[in-house]
Design a protein around this ligand. Structure first.
Ligand code: UD1
Ligand code: CA
Length: 454
């Protein structure tokens, strides 16, 4: 039996006060709709149908990499009408699961339970007991506790409004039942909409049982209608991420001050993360890695025993075992450090390899360079890699010592074991093992006098 998941994402989201469709707003850098898609992707044997509408072209454009069928709902005539748009994709014996594109944190475990309640004799409905159910459809039960119907807030009587069990909107049922019910929906209600929720009463009238389950936490079924709710769910999501990290053996000085906008391909044990650290993209982090306060780590591969001091920005870089980075260092894309490398403050490295045990400790720009092992690069050294049009490579071989404030005009090679005198501008390749310097002679002008103020 296959599953068809219909994700409703055509609503306008007026309360976001945004030019962008609501489902494109993001939690942890991922569109709300993308979160829902990811969760439904975890189900086996599942086809996904996304109902889009308001600003829909933009939604499709931004998320066109998703493996889903896109169906347009031209006019937003209600949740029932939205599901009707997908009938051509529904086979009679499918299990149909209906999710909302603006309810991003629903868990697979809740869906699994819901789907277990689906048969020819019963449908599954996810409900939630709420402290404040205002705005939700209410679950009306018989004296015996069986679900009778769902009544929308705007259609509810005073007594029905007192019910605190709310409809999450998340429903699962067999295809042929759903298609039957959809074809007889009416819009004679307070909002003149075709309510999906009306299928509950239809089911009951046909003797089909409505089995309910509840999520583990209310947060799972909260929808995003405005930016306050978006920010709230971002925090819920972030706490889930940091909890997972701690469960895996990571120490976080303050789990409320670490954000994860992406994934970990690998996360070692005894990693220590200080406050205000942001992880982005896909990171791989080894054992015993320390990350200092206020650092951003994006798409990095970090080996064991690396220490990143405070205020570093690491992006698309590879850091070998035992390296020490920062404080205030910037590793840009394609910076590749072998093991035991030291990168100090105000050093920027781009598209360069640095060999084992080399040190670049202060105020340098290293771009398009290949640096050997045991090299020492003095303070203020710059690879001049760019002539305004083309980029050129600097090669620094093993055991080189570059004196402070050297400019290396690429393309240029500094031979193995060479020493470059401080303050040099190196325009030609330099020989191995020799001292090379380019420096004008120092003179003192004895007759000179400092001008005096009158
Ligand atoms: C709906 C439920 C309500 C439930 C609440 C939970 C109905 C009639 N009511 O109410 O019982 O408690 O959700 O949040 O189902 N959408 C479309 N096309 C439409 C209308 C809506 O795609 O024509 C989508 C929206 O983008 C959204 C979802 O369906 O993702 C819910 O729509 P919304 O208007 O927010 O429904 P509520 O009135 O909140
Ligand atoms: Ca809603």
């Amino acid at each position: 039996m296959s599953i068809k998941t219909i994700i409703l994402a055509a609503g306008q989201g007026t309360r976001m006060r945004s030019s962008k469709p609501k489902v494109l707003h993001k939690i942890a850098d991922r569109a709300l709709l993308h979160h829902v898609y990811d969760t439904s992707q975890q189900l086996d044997n599942n086809d996904i149908i996304i109902i889009y509408g308001h600003g829909g072209e933009l939604v499709k454009q931004e998320l066109n990499q998703l493996d889903a069928n896109w169906v347009e709902q031209k006019q937003q005539l209600g949740t029932g009408h939205a599901v009707q748009q997908a009938v051509n994709f529904i086979d009679d014996d499918d299990k149909v699961l209906i999710l909302y594109g603006d309810v991003p944190l629903l868990k697979k475990s809740s869906i699994d339970e819901l789907l277990e309640n689906v048969s020819s004799q019963s449908i599954g409905l996810l409900t939630v007991n709420l402290d404040n159910p205002t705005g939700y459809g209410r679950i009306v039960r018989s004296d015996g506790g069986e679900v009778q119907k769902i009544v929308e807030e705007k259609d509810a009587s005073v007594a029905e409004k007192l019910i605190d069990e709310g409809n999450t909107g998340i429903i699962a049922t067999l295809g042929y039942l759903l298609k039957n019910w959809l074809s007889s929906l009416q819009n004679s209600n307070a909002q003149n909409e075709f309510y999906l929720t009306d299928i509950i009463e239809m089911a009951v009238n046909e003797g089909i049982e409505v089995k309910t389950n509840q999520p583990q936490s209310q947060d799972e079924v909260l929808g995003v209608n405005d930016r306050k709710q978006l920010a709230y769910l971002e925090r819920v999501y972030q706490l889930e991420q940091t909890e997972k990290m701690m469960e895996q053996g990571v120490s976080l000085r303050d789990p409320t001050r670490v954000d994860v906008r992406g994934t970990f391909q690998h996360l070692g044990q005894d990693v220590e993360v200080d406050i205000n650290v942001l992880f982005e993209g896909c990171n791989s982090i080894g054992n015993n890695v320390k990350i200092g306060a206020n650092s951003i780590v994006k798409n990095a591969v970090i080996a064991d025993d690396v220490e990143i001091l405070a205020h570093c920005i690491i992006e698309d870089a590879v850091i070998g075992a035992g390296c020490r980075i920062g404080p205030f260092a910037r590793l840009r894309p394609q910076a590749e450090l072998a093991s035991e490398v030291h990168i100090g403050n105000f050093v920027e490295i781009k598209k360069s390899t640095v060999g084992t045990g080399s040190k670049i400790n202060h105020l340098s720009y290293i771009g398009d360079a290949s640096i050997g092992s045991k090299v020492n690069i003095g303070a203020g050294t710059i690879t001049c890699n760019y002539d305004g049009v083309n980029k050129f490579k600097t090669v620094i071989e093993d055991d080189v010592f570059i004196g402070s404030d050297t400019q290396l005009i690429a393309p240029v090679t500094v031979g193995k074991g060479a020493t470059i005198g401080a303050g040099s501008t190196i325009t030609k390749d330099t020989p191995e093992q020799k001292l090379t310097l380019s420096r004008s002679k120092q003179t003192s002008i004895t007759a000179w006098q400092r001008p005096k103020k009158r």
